[in-house]
Write a protein that binds this ligand. Structure first.
Ligand code: G6P
Length: 367
């Protein structure tokens, strides 16, 4: 490989550690710190006429899209549809005038995502592409290229591309909100401030690497693991489960915490570790009450929250991971770090091939 692993044992770990720097690098293209404004690389793109957004992606990129749906709807009040790319074309999606498709792809070459892009273009949609490879096919075919500046990602399991995608999507949602007259200068300033705090918060999250490594053995012996989250942290639960499956080959499922009582709660016993993502914020209490439903059934919980959250709800958990306290906007970026590190250390404990897991490819160019 031309790119070195530096001091790290695997590309994946190196890429996890790069996140504060590459997220900062990415945000630089989307924030004007001096003016307290968000901006786009193509400033004259007509955002005001967008009436509907359709997000299409695969794998980890799809989960970034799921988080972004919350932001587009909350900030810009624009309705968002989201599909995995392999499903999109086959459900006869309704594509109206004023529609924008956003494809999200690290490689910019994933066959299903590219096919969805072309389908939407033929149906008269404008296309925005959040991609990490600026020379890729999707980058070339989009009307609006929104690059993530994550640098080359070598590990098959995506890490830094994901947090950079979130950074771009948050800034894009804010741009759309402003174009729609839904973001006044004060709110924009606040948003820029919160986004600017992401790199330092990512650094803060990385500081828990050793303690996460120390608890990997609690998960490494499990056959099944459940991840729970609510709101924008629900896609993070899905991403956590995906990371664990991809590199440690342990079966894992992500679930919306409130939906657990409609099925997965039947699985709970002391052999199924449950990872709960519960940053302080408007959904904290609700998530904790779902967590207590697990504990009441003998479930073994790993709670990931901030200091206040761990103080309030950590008792009775098998383990806790303390994150920096952050604004809910950047929590999905920050909480990506512990789920990545947990999957990584579990995989190392199991001795799997972390950077090249079996049966998986970095870029899937067949349908
Ligand atoms: C493969 C990779 C995943 C990635 C997905 C989408 O499955 O193993 O890590 O998330 O493709 O790739 P893309 O390049 O479109 O983001």
């Amino acid at each position: 490989e031309l790119i070195s692993k530096g001091n790290h044992r695997h590309y994946m770990l190196k890429e996890i550690y790069e996140q504060p720097v590459v997220v900062a690098q990415t945000l630089r293209s989307y924030l004007r710190r001096m003016e307290d404004q968000v901006s786009l690389p193509i400033p004259d793109f007509d955002l005001g006429s967008i009436r509907r957004v359709t997000i299409v992606a695969c794998g980890t990129s799809y989960y970034a899209g799921m988080v972004a749906k919350y932001w587009f709807e909350q900030f810009a009040r624009v309705p968002v549809d989201i599909d995995v790319a392999s499903e999109f074309r086959y459900r006869a999606p309704v594509m109206e005038e004023g529609g924008l498709m956003i494809v999200i792809s690290q490689s910019g070459e994933t066959a299903d995502t590219l096919a969805a892009l072309r389908h939407a273009r033929a149906e008269g949609q404008k296309i925005a592409a959040v991609v990490n490879v600026p020379t890729s096919t999707m980058a070339r075919e989009a009307d609006l290229l929104l690059p993530t500046n994550a640098g080359p990602e070598i590990g098959v399991a995506s890490t830094k591309a994901f947090t950079c995608q979130l950074a771009v999507l948050a800034a894009f949602a804010a741009n759309l909100a402003r174009a729609k007259g839904r973001l006044d200068a004060k709110a924009e300033k606040e948003l820029v401030r919160h986004l600017s705090e992401a790199p330092a918060a990512l650094n803060g999250a990385l500081a828990y690497d050793e303690s996460i490594e120390g608890m990997a053995h609690l998960i490494a012996g499990a056959r099944d693991v459940l991840y729970l989250g609510r709101g924008p942290d629900y896609p993070l639960a899905l991403e956590g489960a995906l990371k664990l499956k991809e590199i440690s080959y342990i079966h894992a499922e992500g679930y919306a915490a409130g939906e657990m009582k409609h099925g997965p709660i039947a699985l709970i016993d002391d052999k199924v570790p449950v990872i709960v993502l519960a940053p302080s914020g408007p959904l904290f209490e609700k998530t904790v009450s779902n967590m207590q439903e697990v504990q009441a059934r003998g479930g073994k919980v790993v709670l990931i929250s901030d200091y206040d959250g761990v103080q309030a709800a950590g008792e009775g958990c098998m383990a806790t991971i303390t994150m920096p306290k952050v604004h809910p906007l950047i929590a999905p970026m920050v909480y990506a770090v512990p789920v990545q590190l947990l999957a990584y250390h579990v995989a190392v404990a199991k001795g799997t091939d972390v950077d090249q897991p079996r049966n998986l490819a970095k870029s899937v160019t067949v349908e």
